[in-house]
Design a protein around this ligand. Structure first.
Ligand SMILES: [Zn+2]
Length: 332
């Protein structure tokens, strides 16, 4: 029986972004773990022959003295990968920004990705799953094919509360963070890709898939968080989730984060992050298991390829755009 198409992505959030979210002043020195973690990701995904769409934060690319471009290019060792845009500064409150600031967050990263990889990003995901109309307008203007900033979960209000309790954010930053994860409105959003017209441009929306019906998260950080309590419960949960996607005809798009490949023995600074009480070996073992199950259950592809399979006009529209390299998924 042929496997239904699915996709796999990673939000390449660097250590400094997590420390800043936790209110730690040393984030400003921009500590990073990308060379270590990318090496490991490439190993694990390589073993399973899995592709990856990578949402890159512009601040980690050339221009700020903190150039992790070389590490990011290592994704080229995978069977295929797709660079995508995850904003310049990873500020999870794009809904509070002026139009010019939003444009800069997207455009600067766009140009840095193109310069570092030679490939034009076609997808965007807002940090903190924030997706205001102005973001969509900028994406349309730059011929993006999709936005992936919707997280249609039932536990967004809980996740936000846990974030606020665990972090030391104060004052204005704390007020802005109260809108994290899209607020209650995210629950009314579809749990499958859909198209919308923005300024006469067709833009696909690719939500981070949640469990059909219950709308609980099924991204890998949640899966490893469950596994930090019970491996059996986590495995049963993921198995059920993938089965439910098949039963409801929901094409899944699952999400990874760098801490899914790190244990407490790698980085004690990350201790506050969910599932960072696990050792490297425990973490890698459960993540490998989950990825293998995903690969056996679905035809796992890049996000852009999952969309091309759903909408054949995408491939030709990418080709006819001016001033762009060849379709980004053809070559590595
Ligand atoms: Zn992120």
């Amino acid at each position: 029986m042929s496997r239904p198409i699915a996709s796999l992505s990673m939000d390449l959030d660097n250590k400094w972004a997590y420390l800043r979210a936790a209110g730690r002043p040393d984030w400003a020195e921009r500590p990073g773990y990308l060379p270590l973690v990318i090496d490991r990701i490439v190993d694990v995904l390589g073993e399973l022959d899995l592709p990856l769409t990578v949402f890159i934060v512009g601040r980690d690319l050339a221009g700020d003295g903190n150039d992790e471009s070389e590490a990011i290019r290592q994704f080229g060792q995978l069977q295929s990968w797709e660079p995508a845009n995850h904003s310049l500064n990873h500020l999870p409150w794009m809904h509070t920004m002026e139009a010019a600031e939003i444009a800069d967050e997207i455009e600067t990263t766009h140009h840095r990705i193109l310069a570092a990889t030679g490939r034009r990003p076609l997808g965007f995901r807002g940090p903190g799953f924030s997706c205001p109309d102005e973001v969509l307008r900028v994406l349309a203007e730059h011929d993006y094919v999709y936005d992936a900033s919707i997280f249609p979960t039932s536990i967004a209000p809980i996740a936000r509360m846990v974030f606020l309790i665990k972090s030391d954010l104060k004052g204005e930053q704390r007020e802005k963070a109260k809108k994290l994860y899209g607020g209650f409105s995210s629950l009314r959003q579809p749990n499958r890709p859909f198209r919308r017209a923005v300024d006469g441009h067709q833009l696909w929306e690719m939500p981070v898939t949640v469990m059909p019906i219950t709308r609980t998260p099924i991204h890998f950080s949640y899966f490893t968080y469950l596994a930090s309590f019970s491996t059996l419960a986590a495995k049963t949960y993921l198995r059920t989730a993938l089965r439910m996607c098949k039963l409801t005809n929901t094409p899944p798009s699952l999400l990874l984060h760098p801490p899914d490949f790190l244990g407490h023995d790698d980085d004690s600074d990350m201790a506050y992050f969910p599932a960072m009480n696990m050792s490297r070996q425990e973490k890698l073992s459960i993540v490998r298991w989950g990825l293998k199950l995903y690969a056996e259950s679905f035809d796992v592809s890049l996000m852009i390829d999952q969309l091309k399979a759903a909408d054949r006009s995408i491939a030709s529209s990418i080709q006819t755009q001016k001033h762009t390299p060849q379709p980004s998924t053809v070559t590595n």
